[in-house]
Every structure is written in C-alpha cells, then in structure tokens.
Design a protein around this ligand. Structure first.
Ligand SMILES: *Cc1c(COP(=O)(O)O)cnc(C)c1O
Length: 408
C-alpha cells in the first residue's frame, strides 16, 4: 500500500467534497438548470423539487422540520442573519447578548458589530478545557437579554459545549438560543428540539459538501422566532433571505447531510481510533507533549496538541507534505497566538507550539501512522536545536528565568 502525498489533515478548515455529493450535483449545473423561484414552467418546478428534497435532508440531520431551514451562502451568513436578525427584531424586548470566548469570528465579530450599535455583549470565559459553564450562562441572563449564542463544537480544539443544558436554561428564561453547529452537526448527534435550540448555523463545506452554501435553522413555533432579513430583494426563503438559490450547492448540501446521517456512528468510531492512536504515540514518544481541549467532550477527528520548545510553524514547515494548522498565527502581522487557546488559559509557550490535526472521512489509519511517525522524528530533530528544551530537560524552570534586563 503506497501512501499518496500530500496528506490532508486540516478537515476543520474545510473538507474535500465526497464524490457521491458531486455526482448528485452535476445535473443541476447543466440540464436541470432552472431557477427554483420560476413557478410557471417545469424547469423551475424541477429545481424547486430538488431544493425541497434537500431541505428535508438537512432538517433531518438536526431533528428539525424542513420548513425551518433557511438557505444561506454559508455559516458566516447564517450566523450574521441569526444574531443581527434577532437583535433587530427583539430590540424592544432587550439589548443584551451573551456569547463565549472561543466562538468562531463569525459570531464574535457580529456581536462586536452590534456592540458598536449600542447593544450590550457579555463574552463568558471558558475553563481550561474550553468549556463554558452553564451556571455562568444562567447568572449572566438579565431581563434585557434577548439572545445567547454558544457553539456546538469548537473548530480549533474540538471541545463540545454543553448546549443542551444551556438550551434548557434559555428556554426556561424565555431567551433565544443560537448555536453555531458547523463543526458538530453531522459528526456528533445533535437535535435542535432535544437541545432547545432556536437558531442553528450550518455549513456544507465542513461536512464533505460544496463551499458557498449553508443554512440557518429558525424555530417557527414554541417559540416562533422572527428575524429581520439582512438581505433585501425578492423575498425568497419566507422573506428571511432574498436571492436566487444556489440549486446545485443546495442539492450537494442535502446529499452531504444524508451521508453524514447514515454514516456518522461508524465514522465517529473510526476517526476516534485514528486520533487516539496518534495521541498515544505523541504522549509516549514526545516528552512534555500536552493535549489541548477536553478529552471527555471532543470531536472524534480532532487532536490539538502542543509540543513545548518547538514552534508550531517550524513543525509545519518540517512536514510540508502534511496539511495541518497551528495555534501560532505567525502568518498574521500580530504574532498573537490563537485566541481560543489563550481563552483556555494556555500560556504562550503552549499556544505557540500547538498543532491541530483534523482527521476526516478520506483519511486512513496508514496516514495516521505515517504522520505520527514523521512528526515524532521531526520534533525530535527540532528539539536537538532547541536550547530551551535542553534547559527544561535539566530541570530548569523556564518560567522563572528573567530573559530581558529590566529598565527601571
Ligand atoms: C467554518 C466555520 C464557520 C464559517 O462557515 P462558512 O460556511 O465557511 O462561512 C463558522 N463557525 C465554525 C465553527 C466554523 O468552523
């Protein structure tokens, strides 16, 4: 068995499209090209039928009814629509939004935008494993709170949030609950009714579907959620999101959800076995290796791990045939390590030396074995060059060292 290089272990950033999804989409680019809003001829009806079938499939993945699914261009748009749309609609009821520190930028920056418009935003902290405490949510809710937004699973460390507990608290207090379910839906069980979720963002390209298509789940009864549209136009999608539908993308999204639903249980076991194998190799072979996140509540394909005394960037460069990502954002001008790892209280030296391995449907155990072995070799070689590592091995407490002369 020969291994094909490069190896893709960055499935939290995006996933390759499943060939079965592509096959389903292809006719909708050519012979079945109709506009789903054209209701006067068979081209339009055919497109509309396909869109409605997909709506059923996406809804089924999250235990929802098809009428509650609104198509968008992706999860960023879905989250903007959920949070801004609710904020505008419920302004009279309240002006307070609660979220938490490790949310995706789509959520945090949307909240920041609303803050500039006069809304109050509470960003709750997380614990060392990246989990938000439901009691903190409960304590933060006031009479002015209109929305709580907490993600299902984190894209960096894979930490799964206690969304069901949070959902029940929100329901009891009459506060809307939005959940960015992008990384979790299709990979772990998620049911909007069981979790009392009122709004949920989804994206096709994180679950082996096409890029540029997503959806927002919007609860229609108990309670009926009313959102102010953020895109004005033809009044598509029950007036919540105007614009001609991306029919091939929607067909692909539906197929992607159908496949995830059918294969999720077995796939979770397979991915967790590969991930656990890599984790055990690293913990055994690499001194001071430190797993980031929550081992008890973690996505099956996620392994975020720090290798102190070697920069994440250096590890990535040394394994150029392996696509992973690092918590040290030296690509940006800021040199700031990941805000997610920082929010979890990781010291800079752990954040800067972290690597995220994101395993997915098309990865194999052979790849996991190859990458684990390669990483162990490369990290050992890099540490040979690291004076800090030598000092740490000699038992010197690096945190006690004063690196720079003090000026004053
Ligand atoms: C990728 C991602 C998003 C954004 O989704 P797009 O469809 O790419 O806009 C939002 N939240 C999480 C957790 C993600 O991983």
């Amino acid at each position: 068995m020969t291994l094909k290089l490069p190896i893709y272990f960055d499935n939290h950033a995006t996933t390759p499209m499943d060939p079965r999804v592509l096959e389903e989409m292809l006719p909708y680019f050519t012979e079945k090209f109709g506009n789903a809003a054209s209701n006067s001829h068979s081209f339009g009806w055919e497109a509309k039928d396909a869109v409605e079938q997909s709506r059923e499939k996406v809804a089924a993945l999250i235990g929802a009814e098809a009428k509650n699914i609104v198509w968008t261009s992706g999860a960023t748009e879905a989250t903007n629509l959920a949070i801004k749309g609710a904020a505008e609609s419920y302004r009279a009821k309240g002006d307070h939004i609660i979220t938490q520190a490790t949310e995706h930028k789509a959520t945090l920056d949307t909240c920041r935008h609303l803050e500039k418009q006069g809304f109050k935003v509470t960003v709750l902290p997380v614990d060392g494993e990246g989990r938000v405490n439901p009691d903190d949510v409960k304590a933060a809710i006031t009479d002015r709170t209109l929305l709580v937004s907490v993600m299902l699973a984190n894209n960096e460390v894979g930490t799964i949030q206690p969304v069901s507990e949070i959902g029940h608290i929100c329901r009891e207090r009459g506060v809307l609950f939005h959940c960015d379910a992008v990384q979790g839906a299709g990979k772990i069980p998620f049911d909007v009714n069981e979790a009392c979720v009122d709004l949920a963002s989804l994206s096709a390209h994180k679950i082996y579907g096409p890029k540029g298509v997503g959806a927002l789940y919007v609860r229609r009864d108990k309670p009926r959620v009313v959102l102010t549209a953020q895109m004005d136009g033809g009044g598509h999608e029950q007036k919540m999101r105007s614009g001609t539908l991306n029919v091939p993308g929607i067909v692909g999204f539906g197929k992607a959800c159908e496949l995830c639903r059918a294969e999720m249980a077995g796939e979770a076991v397979r991915l967790a076995a590969m991930r656990d194998y890599m984790e055990s190799v690293f913990l055994k072979e690499i001194e001071f290796a430190h797993v980031n996140g929550c081992r008890a509540h973690r996505l099956p394909g996620n392994l975020n791990i720090s290798f102190p005394y070697v920069e994440g960037e250096s590890i990535m460069i040394s394994m150029k045939d392996v696509a992973v990502s690092s918590g040290s954002a030296c690509t940006s001008a800021s040199l700031q390590p990941s805000y997610v790892l920082k929010a979890m209280g990781l010291p800079d030296e752990l954040a800067h030396t972290s690597i995220r391995f994101g395993l997915g449907r098309f990865n194999t155990m052979e790849e996991a074995e190859y990458v684990a072995k390669l990483a162990v070799e490369k990290i050992a070689a890099l540490r040979e060059l690291s004076p800090l590592y030598e000092m740490a091995k000699e038992g010197i407490d690096l945190s006690k060292i004063q690196w720079n002369p003090v000026d004053d």
